[in-house]
Design a protein around this ligand. Structure first.
Ligand code: ADP
Ligand code: MG
Length: 236
């Protein structure tokens, strides 16, 4: 059993620069942040403030130029690419603004993909699991539809099911509702919240939408590569 008060994410002095030599510029200037199991946090800030850069570091898609980054109690400094890939596959789900589904695969095949990658070959259990998750996101009857035949909101729900199929303790979402109309955005957001409450999955969600941020438990604000505010959302 995981320790219920354990940190799922711990950042200490995280820095990130792009470029080198005279062209080097630092985008993140030493960030400290922890997320506990079950937290549902929004990451906000102006365009260019470093939100995606930070999410990519936490998602182990890129490496910091300095600082310590621990995922679910495991240090990532010093891990080689294989170690990072394994940790990402086991502990992290990622939802992007664009869904990145494979258009010619069915909804169910897309959702099963992370397990297929982890296990190396298809098995019946992964497709059953994918089917169950699609039911949970309200798409049980669309499981055999090709991804490119679904609406934008439906595709994003498939992408959420895909991010959750490995049961990761931490899910990162980079503007997951950015391309959706208000109703679809609400639906997608409700789903994230639902998984958070049922499974105690920790979420860090980048959003531009103040209405959605206000529905999170905590709002972290990044400006020019620094955390300028980090507050619990009070509910009257
Ligand atoms: P946000 O997601 O908050 O809009 P980003 O993390 O995308 O911000 O970008 C933060 C800053 O880092 C911007 O100035 C951007 O131009 C720069 N940046 C992002 N990715 C790269 C990259 N691959 N190479 C160089 N600069 C980058
Ligand atoms: Mg961004």
């Amino acid at each position: 059993m995981a320790d219920p008060i354990a940190n799922v994410l711990s950042l200490v002095g995280i820095r990130k620069s792009y470029g080198s030599g005279e062209m080097e510029s630092e985008v993140l200037h030493g960030l400290d942040l922890t997320l506990r199991a079950g937290e549902f946090a929004a990451l906000i800030g102006p365009s260019g403030s470093g939100k995606s850069t930070l999410l990519n570091l936490i998602g182990l898609l890129d490496r910091p130029t300095g600082g310590q980054l621990d995922i679910d109690g495991q240090a990532t400094v010093g891990l080689d690419d294989t170690g990072l890939t394994r940790l990402r596959g086991e502990r992290i789900g990622f939802v992007f603004q664009h869904h990145h589904l494979i258009p010619a695969f069915s909804a169910q095949e897309n959702v099963a993909m992370p397990l297929l990658v982890a296990r190396g070959r298809p098995d019946a259990e992964m497709f059953e699991r994918a089917g169950r998750l699609l039911e949970q996101v309200g798409l049980g009857d669309r499981r055999h539809h090709l991804a490119n035949r679904l609406s934008g909101g439906q595709q994003q729900r498939v992408a959420i099911a895909r991010a959750l199929i490995t049961d990761p303790p931490l899910v990162l979402a980079d503007e997951p509702t950015g391309n959706l109309d208000t109703q679809s955005a609400d639906r997608v957001f409700d789903l994230l919240r639902d998984f958070n409450q049922r499974q105690r999955t920790t979420f860090l969600i980048v959003t531009h939408d103040p209405r959605l941020a206000a529905r999170c438990d905590r709002i972290i604000e990044l400006v020019d590569g620094r955390i300028v505010a980090d507050q619990a959302v009070s509910r009257a």
